[in-house]
Design a protein around this ligand. Structure first.
Ligand code: RVP
Length: 503
């Protein structure tokens, strides 16, 4: 006879938090969202913690270099997608690690044979008047000079005049070398009365430009997630097939943490992958595993040595695994079950293995619910796909800006390794869709707004940390009628846009 799990499996929308006592100390400004990312022993600190409980999904349409930089700037971490060649994935990891806050990559680069007319057109388009000149016109090309608005007079000069004839040539430029820090670059700018300092590598290729402003990235972004060398932290997805080739490249590129990306993680393939990493690197290389949806699956991966365990099958917004294969579990019930198992595991072994809730977060309050139910952090796909920093195109659909968002199991991504069950067959049916999500502007603004809501709700529950929320939260299941009651009802809403917009 098969095993039947008792009760119904629920999703986040079926739960609400019941507020608890909150003292006058309990204000959003006092809330810390710091949370463990990797396993640790009782009484010790995790080797890696996040400053906000958010990581981006291991997906082509979500996590590239820009997402890596933007999310680490806010205190979270991106997992660069693995459904590309190991070399390309490693290059993205390296680009995040090499990114220097305050070192701007030029979007207005010239070649020496361009005309003044073209310079003016580019200035008009980008709004930037400091324009480096490189041999190939790319922002990483060999630096030949700089043009600023002091170098020409549009009313007097011949529009056909060549850049080479009016730029400040390389030999007259003061530049910084690739090892220069932001504060040293700022010192040169002030001492030499410059407007901008180009930074070049050993071969004189442009790396970036530091502009004249009192720029202290860490003051502007106090949550930045940095490694011991003050570089942004970044993760990378791996699969259970080509790890022997992929992992060394990712480690070499500087990945801080890896994650086995699989739709179903309760398998020997995951065990073999983690064993290979442990044999080769010991516990130095951090690796998360998943996805699972019950206590047994958690214990299996925790015993395998996973640094964190990811929960969720079929709840992702673009995921149709439940429809195609009939596997999965309501995300809230799965999460509660797994977090209980994590706490029992900690009691028994003294080892805390953080739990990540992956997929199915629709409203901001779902994040607070996930944390209250025990999640240490969340993995989000749809949420991050909406921002400027996701790698997909912004398109206008019927007058509304949208970003493209497609599943790793869709025909578009063709990530067969994620759904691999061994054998020779490659993705023979799809488990995901290709879609649009409403465009939502910059990640910084979006994440700021969301986390303010999360912190406010935590205060309603009397909690100043995620751990405190997990201890104090009081949750209640709601009936379908009370879900209706939760939205605007029995009134005619004036602004219909408002009622359908993303909350
Ligand atoms: P969501 O945040 O609800 O968009 O879900 C993102 C998650 O969905 C991913 O982290 C992954 O676990 C899952 N996913 C990604 N692709 C697919 C698919 O094509 N079925 N599912």
């Amino acid at each position: 006879m098969a095993t039947f799990f008792p009760g119904v499996s629920h999703t986040f929308s079926e739960y609400l938090l019941v507020p608890g006592y909150s003292s006058s100390e309990c204000v959003p400004a006092n809330v810390s969202l710091k949370t463990p990312l990797t396993r640790f022993k009782r009484g010790e600190q995790p080797e890696i913690s996040l400053n906000i409980p958010m990581v981006s999904a291991i997906m082509q349409s979500v996590s590239g270099t820009d997402m890596g930089v933007a999310l680490a700037t806010q205190g979270g971490l991106a997992f660069i997608y693995g459904s590309q060649s190991a070399e390309d994935e490693a290059a993205m990891v390296k680009a995040v690690k090499d990114h220097k806050a305050g070192f701007v990559e030029s979007d207005s680069t010239l070649t020496p044979d361009m005309t003044l007319e073209q310079v003016m057109a580019l200035k008009e388009k980008t709004g930037h008047s400091t324009m480096p000149v490189t041999d190939d016109g790319s922002p990483r090309g060999r630096l030949l000079g700089i043009v600023t608005s002091r170098d020409y007079r549009p009313s007097r000069d011949d529009p056909q005049k060549r850049v080479a004839d009016f730029m400040t040539p390389r030999q007259d430029l003061i530049v910084g070398d690739r090892h220069i820090t932001l504060s040293a670059a700022n010192d040169i700018i002030w001492e030499k009365k410059l407007n901008a300092l180009p930074v070049v590598d050993e071969a004189d290729h442009l790396i970036g430009i530091v502009f004249r402003k009192d720029y202290d990235s860490h003051k502007i972004n106090p949550n930045e997630l940095l490694d011991a060398n003050k570089r942004y932290m970044v993760g990378a997805g791996i699969n259970t097939r080509d790890y022997a080739e992929r992992v060394p490249l990712l480690v070499e590129a500087g990945a801080d943490v890896l994650c086995i990306d699989s739709s179903e993680g309760f398998s020997e393939w995951q065990k073999l992958t983690i064993e290979w990493i442990r044999e080769r690197y010991g516990t130095e290389v951090k690796v998360g595993a998943g996805n699972i949806v019950d206590a047994e699956g958690f214990r299996f991966l925790a015993d395998c040595g996973a640094d964190f365990v990811k929960v969720g099958i079929g709840g992702g917004s673009i995921c149709i695994t439940r429809e195609t294969k009939g596997i999965g579990r309501g995300q809230a019930t799965a999460l509660i079950d797994v977090c209980r198992a994590r706490d029992e595991y900690f009691e028994e072994t003294g080892v805390y293995v953080p739990v990540c809730s992956d997929g199915g977060i629709v409203y901001d309050y779902h994040m607070t619910l996930a944390l209250a139910m025990g999640a240490d952090f969340m993995m989000l796909g749809r949420y991050f796909a909406r921002f400027d920093e996701s790698p997909t195109s912004r398109v206008n659909v019927n007058g509304q800006y949208m970003k493209e968002y497609w599943g790793e199991g869709s025909a578009r991504a063709r990530n067969w390794q994620r759904y691999d069950l061994g054998g020779a067959a490659k993705l023979s049916f799809v488990e995901g869709v290709d879609s649009y999500v409403p465009y939502a502007g910059s990640l910084k603004d979006g994440v700021g707004g969301t986390l303010y809501k999360v912190k406010s709700t935590m205060c309603n529950c009397g909690a100043l940390s995620i751990k405190e929320l997990q201890e104090k939260a009081r949750l209640t299941l709601v009936s379908s009628t009370s879900i209706v009651e939760g939205g605007a009802h029995d009134v005619v809403v004036k602004d219909t846009q408002q009622s359908v917009s993303y909350r």
